[in-house]
Design a protein around this ligand. Structure first.
Ligand SMILES: Nc1ncnc2c1ncn2[C@@H]1O[C@H](COP(=O)(O)OP(=O)(O)OP(=O)(O)O)[C@@H](O)[C@H]1O
Length: 644
């Protein structure tokens, strides 16, 4: 097969080539066995006309002529011709396609694949030709929107298709009404079997395509830069599904009128969500709102969506119209630790599970540690996901009845959300990541920065790592010379200290720098690899200077404020000293003057005494003193003071 797949195809000139036979007389002489190999001889394909142009290539209507001694048949096919890519990437795609080809053919909800070929150096995937898409159908309706019962029915069919694709390990990543085809029985079929997923890692002449694997209007935040904001997960398809359902209900394209850059800014940076129409059955509304959770771990799985749609469809049928389905909505069950009901629904406690109090999603401090470690000895109701369990806590005699939402399962020493470090590091991705799932048998899934999908391995490959939370201060380690992402410096040249504003599901840290004044277009936040930073706390700063420098990291205004206060203090001190000096100077001058006067009067006195021959006794009587001297009292030591 490898040789067949690698065989260079003869490139026919196809751009305007029309099918020469009569398409109305497509015939099957003898039924052929379904081929287990996907390769199609390009000569057997005749292109008729182009149906449409998509992000990853064009779709053509073509005929596929198969002939052998036992059979001879024509099929009308839709031929998806991908943009040209590098030869090695073409081969990788062919290999991936070969792996999923037979599996895909068993999936009822996914378009039927005829095979694959290469024409003019471009990969061409031949699929069954369907009569139209949900998008086409919407275009024919008033307001381009579908009624709720239709949306529920089509939604259920599509979710089943997505789930089928997920079971073979493929994500769709391109859910949108134009990719929802309708078969001859009016059922919705997935028209894309995960082409963007198979294209991961391929490079295109247009770098934009490689950067974003999907159609911008329907893309989840992590889909824009999966290696940075990932990992791509089953929940990534929940976002695209949510966008598609909202469009089917409202007739409005998500982020309509916005450029690709603007959509990126809205979805990824500003973390905006699609608006969900009001008046929907609460379960549908809740599950749709869950689809738009920024953190993919908080989104529902396809099973949750299916459950919500089927329940709402049943209720709609039974009640003859939407009048309110249930007094108990899923939204009421949210958890104030930051975990959505969908997050909590992903794991179910069983007897003998080791558990501990659940850590909040966005904080390092446990809300309570009522259960530092315990064992589940009783499950109140197996069917109720939202129930209580009996937990035997070490050191306590009687088992405690604890709500499952406050507990997390610890298997092989690890729980979902734990920070871990790979024992054997590699240069491809960060060695530090966040646990996404832990199997009781030892299998672990971890989100690592640098990987676009979750890492899968054994718990023995991992060790615990320091955790990071929003609010923590961090700085690049001194040993990091060339960080993975740009990181600002301080004026003196050393790495600046920033504050974590968000922790992405793969452990990538979004860091802002409140200690830096951001002007104009300068970036407000930076991304960083958790393995490249260290935590900075007031206690860890040694010496008063370092401690003060850390205070400056809290807000850019600290330094100018300190400078202003310092200047003010200096001025005040200067003023005070100045005033004191002036008083003293004046006093000194006065004193000098008095001394001078005194000397002057002494001189006069001596002259007067000489003149009047006064004896020394008479000199002590002020009455005998000349008038200016009478106003001055002489103190000990010769200092002068004004009379009282
Ligand atoms: N198997 C098929 N049978 C009939 N029509 C198809 C088939 N596959 C695709 N189409 C139609 O061809 C048109 C172009 O499809 P294509 O998938 O290339 O574009 P797109 O959905 O806009 O973009 P993307 O490349 O992102 O999937 C769409 O209108 C789609 O409904």
């Amino acid at each position: 097969m490898a040789e067949q797949m690698n065989a260079p195809a003869s490139p026919p000139s196809f751009e305007y080539e029309l099918f020469e036979g009569d398409p109305d007389h497509l015939r099957t002489v003898v039924a052929s066995p379904p081929p287990s190999k996907p390769w199609i001889d390009p000569v057997s394909l005749k292109l008729k006309h182009r149906i449409g142009r998509g992000t990853f290539g064009d779709v053509w209507l073509a005929t596929h002529h198969q002939t052998a001694p036992e059979f001879d048949q024509f099929h009308e096919v839709a031929l998806k011709m991908l943009h040209s890519m590098r030869e090695d990437h073409t081969q990788t795609f062919l290999k991936k396609f070969e792996e999923i080809f037979v599996k895909c053919r068993r999936l009822q909800g996914v378009c039927w694949l005829h095979g694959i070929t290469i024409i003019s150096g471009k990969i061409c995937i031949a699929m069954k030709f369907y009569e139209g898409s949900i998008d086409d159908r919407m275009a024919q309706l008033k307001g381009s929107k579908l009624p709720l019962p239709d949306v529920l029915r089509l939604g259920i069919e599509l979710v089943k298709g997505v789930m089928q694709l997920h079971t073979i390990g493929v994500l769709v990543l391109n859910l949108k009404p134009s990719n929802f085809l309708v078969n001859e029985r009016g059922q919705a079929i997935l028209g894309d079997f995960g082409i963007p997923y198979l294209l991961r890692g391929a490079s295109f002449p247009d770098p934009e395509i490689a950067l974003r694997l999907g159609t911008p209007n329907y893309m989840a935040p992590e889909q824009w830069e999966p290696e940075v904001r990932g990992p791509l997960s089953f929940e990534t398809d929940a976002w695209g599904f949510g966008c598609s359902v909202v469009e089917m209900l409202t007739g409005a394209l998500p982020w309509s009128g916005k450029s690709v850059r603007e959509i990126y800014h809205s979805v990824v940076i500003k973390q905006e969500k699609s608006q969900i129409p009001s008046g929907l059955p609460p379960m549908v509304e809740n599950v749709l709102s869950g689809c738009f959770e920024y953190d993919l771990r908080n989104r529902p799985l396809m099973t949750d969506i299916l459950h919500a749609f089927e329940s709402s469809q049943d209720a709609l049928r039974n009640e003859g119209g939407w009048v309110g389905l249930s007094s108990r909505t899923l939204g009421d069950r949210s958890n104030d630790s930051g975990h959505s009901v969908w997050f909590l629904a992903k794991d179910h406690l069983q007897l003998n599970d080791t558990v501990r109090s659940r850590k909040p999603l966005r904080s390092c401090n446990p809300q309570n540690m009522n259960v530092p470690s315990g064992t589940v000895v009783g499950v109140e109701s197996d069917t109720d996901r939202d129930g209580f369990v009996l937990v035997k806590i070490h050191g306590m005699h009687n088992p405690q009845r604890v709500h499952t939402s406050t507990l997390e399962r610890v298997s092989n020493g690890l729980a979902v959300g734990d920070w871990v470090r790979l024992k054997s590091e590699n240069s491809i991705h960060s060695p530090v990541g966040v646990v996404h799932s832990v199997e009781r048998e030892g299998g672990v899934m971890v989100g690592f920065l640098g990987l676009d999908t979750p890492w899968r391995g054994k718990f023995t490959d991992l060790q615990m790592a320091a955790s990071y939370c929003a609010g923590d201060f961090v700085r690049l380690k001194a040993s990091v010379m060339s960080p993975r992402f740009e990181w600002p410096h301080k004026i003196g040249g050393e790495w600046a200290t920033g504050r974590i504003s968000q922790v992405l599901p793969n452990g990538c840290l979004v860091v802002s720098f409140p200690g830096r004044l951001v002007l104009g277009d300068e970036p407000k936040s930076f991304l960083t690899d958790p393995a490249e930073v260290e935590k900075i706390t007031f206690d860890s700063c040694r010496g008063i200077v370092k401690k003060y420098q850390h205070v400056e990291d809290y807000h850019w205004a600290v330094r100018p404020l300190v400078i202003a206060v310092g200047l003010f203090t200096v001025m005040k001190l200067g003023f005070f000293l100045g005033k004191n000096m002036t008083v003293k100077l004046q006093k000194g001058k006065k004193h000098l003057k008095q001394c001078e006067d005194h000397q002057h009067h002494q001189k006069h006195l001596r002259q007067w005494e000489d003149h009047h021959h006064l004896d020394a006794q008479g000199g002590g009587n002020p009455a005998w003193l000349p008038p200016p001297v009478a106003n001055i009292i002489f103190r000990e030591g010769g200092s002068a003071a004004a009379p009282r």
